[in-house]
Design a protein around this ligand. Structure first.
Ligand code: KIV
Length: 263
């Protein structure tokens, strides 16, 4: 596939071709995910739940993220590697600069930050200093206590308007990508059409430019799965075949289906 860069993703969006993101936390899975053709790998702080066994991502530290980003990058993936800034890892612009630099030195090509317009200045500062940013709106799991649980966001017109406004402002601040998590499909489609930057959806319906799933969820290994998850091990006899099936399903539009989306 050759090394993927942000321009590859921009070109895919311009051509109307879907691309794929899968989480990975170690060298072996980074190699497999990349070989399956996923253009992007997310070293997600979901590792707090699927690797460490916590019931949220809040206990994950910057040291954890640096360690797993180094592991993923040692797998030598062609996929563009995005690393999450964990809970409080971007509490202030100064803290963010230091932590984002650590993730980039660990091998990431982009950092992901959860939050809305309060992050605009931070995003601009990162981009000005050569650190590409993926923003994350909708359900932001690091705010699970403030939100009152893992709930679909953007269901009321007021909430939907606010997420759209945040998305536009974050793009204007310089973000290169946006993850939209657990929002109604029509809102995600609207945002994807209005933004120039690629939008990666999870539980956001078929209208986004790309799809992401947590590795352990799509391999059917998680004890609980959300509505939007499909177990790609079903009907496939190896992990590699399941990863390839997910990539193919996103690219053909076969995933996500109606049953995976929120109205
Ligand atoms: O941490 C993670 O894996 C994520 C995805 C769910 C988008 O943020």
């Amino acid at each position: 596939m050759g090394k993927i860069t942000i321009s590859t993703l921009d070109k895919l969006k311009a051509a109307g071709e879907k691309f794929v993101c899968i989480t990975a936390y170690d060298a072996t899975f980074a190699r497999l995910v990349s070989a399956a053709g996923a253009e992007t790998i997310l070293v997600g702080d979901s590792l707090g739940m699927v690797l460490q066994g916590h019931d949220s991502t809040i206990p994950v530290t910057v040291d954890d993220m640096v360690y797993h980003t180094e592991c993923v990058c040692r797998g030598g993936p062609d996929s563009l590697v995005i690393a999450d800034l964990p809970f409080m890892g971007h509490a202030t612009p100064e803290v963010t600069m230091v932590n984002a630099a650590r993730l980039m030195r660990a091998g990431a090509q982009m950092v992901k930050i959860e939050g809305g317009t309060w992050l605009s200045d931070t995003i601009s500062m990162l981009v000005e200093r050569g650190i590409p940013v993926c923003a994350h709106l909708g359900l932001t799991p690091q705010s699970v206590n403030a939100i009152g649980g893992f709930r679909v966001q953007g269901r009321t017109p007021k909430e939907a308007k606010s997420i759209l406004a945040d998305a536009v402002e974050i793009q204007d601040a310089g973000a290169s990508l946006l993850v939209l998590e657990c929002v109604p499909a029509p809102l995600a489609t609207d945002i994807s059409e209005k933004l120039d930057i690629p939008v990666i959806g999870i539980g956001a319906g078929p209208g986004t430019d790309a799809q992401v799933l947590v590795l352990h969820d799509m391999l059917g290994l998680s004890s609980h799965s959300a509505r939007f998850v499909q177990n790609f091990m079903q009907g496939n006899d190896s992990i590699q075949a399941a990863l390839q099936a997910f990539v193919a399903a996103v690219k053909s539009g076969a995933y996500p289906q109606e049953e995976h989306t929120y109205k």
